[in-house]
Design a protein around this ligand. Structure first.
Ligand code: GLU
Length: 446
């Protein structure tokens, strides 16, 4: 295979969500694995709804996921190419002007439905004479432009879905150019795919019908066809579609909630495929797991709870070096011993702040049996302390008091940390250190 060129083509009309991230990752990681090119294309021909701030936030999100694009293009800067393609389609009679208002179209649609007919555009505009057209123009009507479909079945071999057929005889001729001369998504997408030599169009399965229409337009422009792959969509756990407009699970919000990008990427890529969903910290490894032919056809459910679990599993394995600067930014870099002591108790890196506060104090000790704690304090080993100190100490406490098991550990934990749960005390004890331990055992907040 020659090197693939792929694209992720969001319209910057909102913040992207995890379903969009799935499309982006499938493209970017495939390109990464095959040493190809990953293009970020902003479908921003809708000037009213597209916003630069959304485009910028999408770039930030992709960089956070670890998949910055190799090339960025904006459709708003490429209109001359779309004009040129539209002219070529007009010249060969495939793009024709239509003058119906949306009310007229709606009226016809309702009438067709009432008669039990499919609500397909009836091509009335194709029958207009020159004079009728001139008259409409003289009345001040501006045309929108439709692509004249061939009424035939379009077939392709989809990378995900295998053999696909769409009967274009049952589709309305698509509007490519609006009344005001601006373009809908369909034509610019093809022009850019041709110009940028996109080899694989990998996108959501909501585009299957579009693909049939677009294949006809590629052919009408005499262009070489890319390969197509339509990936199942993600839904919420209750089965609703994700929506950019509703701000569903935006990547920005997941990032701000302190989730690891690898947790988000692992879930976004692996859910609804033949692979089990598991945390994969390395993007090359995640890329090696992508297999378009084994993506499920059913929509994949995205469960936020699963994301937390993946995040926790990643953190439980995270080396100190990876956590260090983030701990420092949280003012909680307690060194490698601290990180290794607490990471197993964290769901998010920021939770470490809590345990650093327990180590550094002040902690208000919880002491129920004062005599027992005093007895324990008397047999504290001498400094220096290390990871074996806890065992030495608790054996001495057991020998001195006859108390063992939970009855021994829990009062010590409560006295040292003020809590009834937490990381291994063997690891915490040397971090808390003799001075604070002595103070806490004597009932002082330290
Ligand atoms: N802007 C389109 C979308 O977000 C792109 C579809 C495509 O990849 O061609 O649905």
């Amino acid at each position: 295979m020659s090197k693939p060129i792929v694209r992720f083509a969001p319209s910057p009309t909102g913040r992207i969500h995890i379903g969009n991230a799935r499309q982006a990752l499938m493209n970017a990681l495939f390109a990464r694995r095959e040493k190809g090119v990953f293009v970020l294309r902003f479908d921003d021909t809708d000037l009213e709804r597209s916003k630069r701030e959304y485009a910028d936030s999408i770039e930030v999100d992709l960089a956070w996921l670890g998949i910055p694009p190799d090339v960025v293009v904006r459709q708003s800067e490429r209109v001359e190419f779309y004009d040129e393609a539209a002219d070529r389609l007009r010249a060969v009679g495939r793009l024709y002007p239509c003058y119906e208002t949306s009310e007229e179209l709606e009226f016809r649609r309702k009438r067709q439905l009432a008669r039990g007919l499919p609500p397909v555009y009836d091509r009335a505009a194709l029958k207009l004479t020159e004079e009728e057209r001139a008259k409409l123009e003289a009345e001040g009507r501006r045309p929108h432009w439709r692509f004249r479909l061939d009424h035939r079945t379009v077939a392709w071999t989809d990378l995900v879905r295998g053999d696909c057929h769409v009967d274009c005889g049952s589709l309305s001729d698509p509007v490519l150019v609006r009344e005001d001369g601006t373009y809908l998504y369909t034509l610019p997408s093809i022009v850019d795919d041709v110009d940028l030599k996109i080899s694989h169009v990998i996108r959501g399965e909501d585009h299957v019908t579009n693909t049939a229409v677009q294949i006809q337009i590629f052919e009408a422009l005499g262009a070489h066809l890319p390969l197509f792959g339509h990936i199942n969509l993600l839904t919420t756990a209750s089965g609703e579609g994700l929506s950019k407009r509703l701000g569903h699970l935006s990547l920005t919000s997941l990032r701000e909630a302190g989730l690891e990008p690898q947790a988000v990427a692992s879930l976004a890529v692996l859910v609804g495929t033949a692979e089990s969903v598991r945390p994969v910290a390395d993007l090359d490894e995640l890329a090696s797991l992508i297999d378009f032919a084994h993506i499920s056809r059913a929509p994949a459910k995205f469960d936020e709870h699963e994301l937390d679990q993946l995040n926790a599993r990643l953190i439980h394995e995270m080396p100190y070096e990876a956590a260090r600067s983030r701990l420092a930014a949280l003012d909680s870099d307690g060194g490698e011993a601290f990180w290794l002591a607490v990471r197993g108790n964290l769901t998010r890196v920021a939770d470490a702040v809590h345990w650093w506060a327990v180590v550094r104090g002040p902690v208000t000790p919880v002491i129920e049996d004062k005599a027992f704690i005093e007895a324990a304090a008397k047999v504290l080993p001498d400094a220096p302390w290390d990871s074996a100190t806890w065992k030495t100490w608790t054996e001495a406490v057991k020998a001195a008091t006859g108390v063992k098991g939970k009855a021994l550990f829990m009062p010590l934990r409560l006295a040292l940390t003020g809590l009834d749960h937490g990381p291994e005390l063997a690891a915490l004890l040397p971090l808390i250190g003799p001075d604070r331990v002595k103070a806490r055992l004597s009932g002082q907040a330290a």
